[in-house]
Design a protein around this ligand. Structure first.
Ligand code: AHR
Length: 490
């Protein structure tokens, strides 16, 4: 028998909804043919795909990172503003394509406003310089009578965009990046970029590119960043991608340990540096690229970098495990951005005539719609499994939140057993259940089940309402499923 015990008073801290952020890069069909397709019968008057906007709204993404990714390390933002016919077409070195620059800063901000998300821009700290970075801040946020604020006005945007989040560089710790930087080089560059960007707009929040290359010298990198710029870093950004490379389900389900380890490592490094340098302010973690990604490489030369991953049910379980980990670390992880949103390693897949929702769309939507504002520290025990280098892992991966306004409890459970339904007693140690319980279950016929244009609902969500006792009830979690239980509490 499995047990989950919840005490509504045992709280980790508040949840920042930015955990449900997204990321759009100029890569493959994410922008062109994904969110933006002027001339399509599905596009609105501004060229945005209305079907894509509609499903993106369901994900309730509070923040959207743009324009890269590796792309940004060779990007000139000036190429992407002003009359479209005057914008230059350039070779794009990160993904070996041609960039027409028909979509740029103002189109991105328009897109964000349409889906009610906060834009988060990353500046080029690869082959770009700090002059270009601070000019971009002035162009976007300038409210005075200055050349670049006036240029924005001339381009049709009178009011400042007030972009709040600014990242400085992308994956600068990887040799694959245009303008790779050693820890020392980046720490120095970061400080100078951040300084002038803040001088242009003191209200902006800044994200440092901290760890993406987990095989490199990440301890030194974080140490140097916090040595050089303790007052200029609001978030340390980390990235990771996972996948079932060995086609071993148990091993793949043990990915939870890798997530825990990486978040804990970043937390510990920040704590150590805060202690050593007597830093009082909060320095949060932003996992500003994460997802399952390992299979997708296009078959033709032209498509080799399109990264059109097709997801299956086991990938959806792993995406749900990510959210569980973010909720369990809600005190420190204050932003997370799934990479990416459309077509490119994404929950939404389009063709010129429509779209289908990938398996991973469903956990994202249910978590985003049911997650409360407080993370609860819960107790759970029960059956275990072994996977990879780990044994004794709890088969149920569990997290829980409370919505203080709605007085509603959410319990997020991934059943990592391929074969067994797991009967579980769920008990409230304080408070009581006060209404019918709604179960949202994401499942499909088997762990390899995928969605497609022909079979869009092979993996989907179903909802049931259940009557429960006031203190405790028994629920059986289906094999290979994600279940979110939502119930009013008092
Ligand atoms: O999201 C795809 C790529 O993955 C991004 O461009 C890069 O930052 C990461 O390596």
């Amino acid at each position: 028998m499995n047990t989950i015990k919840i005490d509504l008073n045992r709280r980790f801290g508040s949840i920042n909804r930015d955990l449900f952020g997204g990321f759009a890069e100029h890569l493959g069909r994410c922008i062109y043919g994904g969110i933006y397709e002027p001339g399509s019968q599905l596009a609105d008057q501004d060229g945005f795909r209305t079907d894509v906007l509609e499903v993106l709204r369901r994900l309730k993404m509070p923040v959207m990172r743009y324009p890269g990714g590796n792309f940004v390390s060779g990007y000139r933002w000036m190429d992407g503003v002003g009359p479209i016919e005057a914008r230059p077409t350039r070779p794009e070195l990160a993904w070996e394509t041609i960039e027409p620059n028909h979509f740029g800063t103002n189109e991105f901000v328009q897109f964000c406003r349409k889906i009610d998300t906060e834009p988060y821009l990353v500046v080029n700290c690869g082959d770009g310089d700090m002059r270009e970075a601070r000019d971009w801040v002035e162009y976007c946020n300038g409210a005075q009578n200055t050349a670049l604020a006036n240029l924005r006005r001339k381009h049709g945007f009178d009011a400042p965009h007030n972009i709040k989040y600014w990242g400085i560089g992308n994956e600068v710790d990887g040799e694959w990046q245009i303008g790779y930087k050693t820890p020392e080089e980046y720490a120095r560059a970061y400080k100078e970029f951040a300084k002038v960007m803040r001088w242009v707009d003191p209200s902006i929040k800044l994200l440092a590119s901290a760890i993406s290359n987990w095989r490199a010298e990440f301890v030194e990198r974080i140490q140097l960043l916090l040595d050089h710029a303790p007052d200029l870093i609001d978030y340390l950004a980390i990235h990771w991608y996972v996948g079932n490379r060995e086609n071993d389900f148990a091993n793949y389900m043990a990915t939870s340990e890798c997530l825990e380890e990486r978040i804990s490592v970043a937390e510990s490094l920040i704590s150590a540096m805060k202690l050593q340098r007597k830093i009082q302010r909060q320095i949060a973690i932003a996992v500003d690229e994460w997802n399952v990604w390992y299979r997708a490489r296009g078959e033709t030369l032209e498509e080799r970098n399109n990264l059109e991953e097709v997801y299956n049910l086991e990938d959806a379980l792993v995406v749900a495990m990510h959210f569980n980990a973010f909720i369990r670390h809600a005190q420190t992880v204050k932003m997370a951005n799934i990479a990416q949103i459309v077509n490119v390693i994404a929950p939404i897949f389009t063709s010129p005539n429509g779209l289908f929702l990938q398996t991973i769309f469903h956990p994202f939507e249910v978590y985003s719609q049911t997650c409360g504002n407080v993370a609860l520290d819960i107790f759970w025990e029960g059956e275990t499994f072994s996977g990879g280098d780990y044994s004794g892992l709890r088969t149920l991966d569990v997290a829980s939140t409370l919505d203080e306004t709605k007085k509603s409890l959410s319990v997020f459970v991934v059943n990592r057993s391929e074969k067994d339904g797991l009967e579980t007693t769920i008990t409230l140690d304080s408070g009581q259940f006060a209404g019918p319980l709604q179960a949202h279950v994401i499942n499909g016929p088997d762990i390899k089940a995928e969605n497609s244009f022909d079979h869009p609902d092979t993996v989907s969500v179903y909802k049931t309402d259940l009557r429960v006792e006031r203190k405790s009830f028994v629920y059986t979690f289906e094999p290979h499923s994600v279940t979110v239980l939502v119930c009013a509490v008092e």
